[in-house]
Design a protein around this ligand. Structure first.
Ligand SMILES: CCCCCCCCCCCC(=O)SCCNC(=O)CCNC(=O)[C@H](O)C(C)(C)COP(=O)(O)OP(=O)(O)OC[C@H]1O[C@@H](n2cnc3c(N)ncnc32)[C@H](O)[C@@H]1OP(=O)(O)O
Length: 199
C-alpha cells in the first residue's frame, strides 16, 4: 500500500454524528462489501476497500513524524483542516474496487462550501473531484500529480446534500494515467458533474 493509506491514527473517513441518513446508508452499502474477518480470524476478501483518511499524510511516510515537525509543521490536508464542528465543510469517505479499477467517494457538502446561494461552490466540487481522482490515480500508479482536470458542471449540488462520486480508469500511457469521473445524486438519476483527469 502507498504509505498514506497504511497507517493508524485519527481516521477522518469514519462515520460521525454530522452524517445525514444518505451518507450513512451509502457508507453501509459499500462498507458491507469490504473485507470481513470471521470469528476464527480468517479474512475474506471484499469487492471494496475503505480508504482511511488523515489530515497530514506526510506523517505516515518513513520518518514522517519527524519530517512533519520540520517541514511546514502547521500544514494540513486542505479537505480535512476545518476545526468547526463536524459536517461544516468536506465530509467524505472513499472506497476502492481494485478489480474493477473504480474508486467511489461519498460526499456530504457542509454549509461552509457555499457558492451560489444554497448550492456548493464550483471550486469545492473541483476539490472533491481532485481528491477522489487523485487518490485513485495514486492507487493505480503510485505517486502522481494532477496535470490536467477538465470539469463540466451539469447541475448544481445542493448545500447539505450527499452525492456519489465515481472515478474510473480510462487508460494508462507511459507514466500518464487518464481517469474519468462522474458526480451524481445518490440514486444515480441526476448527473451533477462530469470530469476527466490526467495524472
Ligand atoms: C498521496 C495522496 C494521499 C492523500 C490524498 C489526497 C489526494 C489529493 C490529490 C490532489 C492532487 C493535486 O491536487 S496535485 C496539485 C496540483 N497539481 C500540480 O500542482 C502539478 C503542477 N505541475 C507539475 O508539477 C508538472 O507540470 C507535471 C508533474 C504535471 C508535469 O511535469 P513534467 O512531467 O516535467 O512535464 P512534461 O515532461 O512536460 O510532461 C509529461 C507528459 O505529460 C503531459 N502533460 C504535462 N502537463 C500537462 C497538462 N497540463 N495537461 C495535459 N498533459 C500534460 C505532457 O504532454 C507529456 O506527455 P508526453 O509528451 O509524455 O505524451
Amino acid at each position: 500500500l502507498p504509505l498514506p493509506f497504511s497507517s493508524k491514527s485519527r481516521d477522518f473517513s469514519l462515520p460521525n454524528s454530522s452524517w445525514n441518513s444518505e451518507m450513512k446508508r451509502l457508507y453501509e452499502h459499500y462498507n458491507s462489501q469490504c473485507e470481513v474477518e470471521s470469528e476464527d480470524g480468517e479474512k475474506q476478501k471484499g469487492l471494496w476497500r475503505r480508504l482511511p483518511s488523515y489530515n497530514r499524510s506526510l506523517k505516515y511516510a518513513t520518518g514522517g513524524v519527524y519530517l512533519s515537525k520540520l517541514i511546514q509543521s502547521k500544514a494540513r490536508l486542505f479537505t480535512r483542516n476545518i476545526k468547526e464542528q463536524g459536517g461544516a465543510a468536506f465530509e467524505y469517505v472513499l472506497f476502492n474496487n481494485e478489480e474493477e479499477q473504480r474508486c467511489v467517494g461519498i460526499f456530504q457538502a457542509g454549509h461552509l462550501l457555499e457558492g451560489p446561494p444554497g448550492n456548493v461552490h464550483g471550486g469545492a466540487i473541483a476539490t472533491i473531484i481532485d481528491t477522489v481522482t487523485g487518490t485513485h490515480a495514486t492507487l493505480l500508479s503510485g505517486t502522481v500529480m494532477t496535470a490536467n482536470l477538465n470539469i463540466n458542471y451539469r447541475s448544481p449540488i445542493p448545500l447539505g446534500g450527499t452525492v456519489h462520486i465515481e472515478s474510473s480508469l480510462d487508460r494508462k500511457e507511459g507514466r500518464k494515467t487518464f481517469l474519468s469521473c462522474r458526480v451524481t445524486s445518490t440514486d444515480g438519476s441526476k448527473l451533477h458533474t462530469e470530469a476527466t483527469g490526467d495524472f
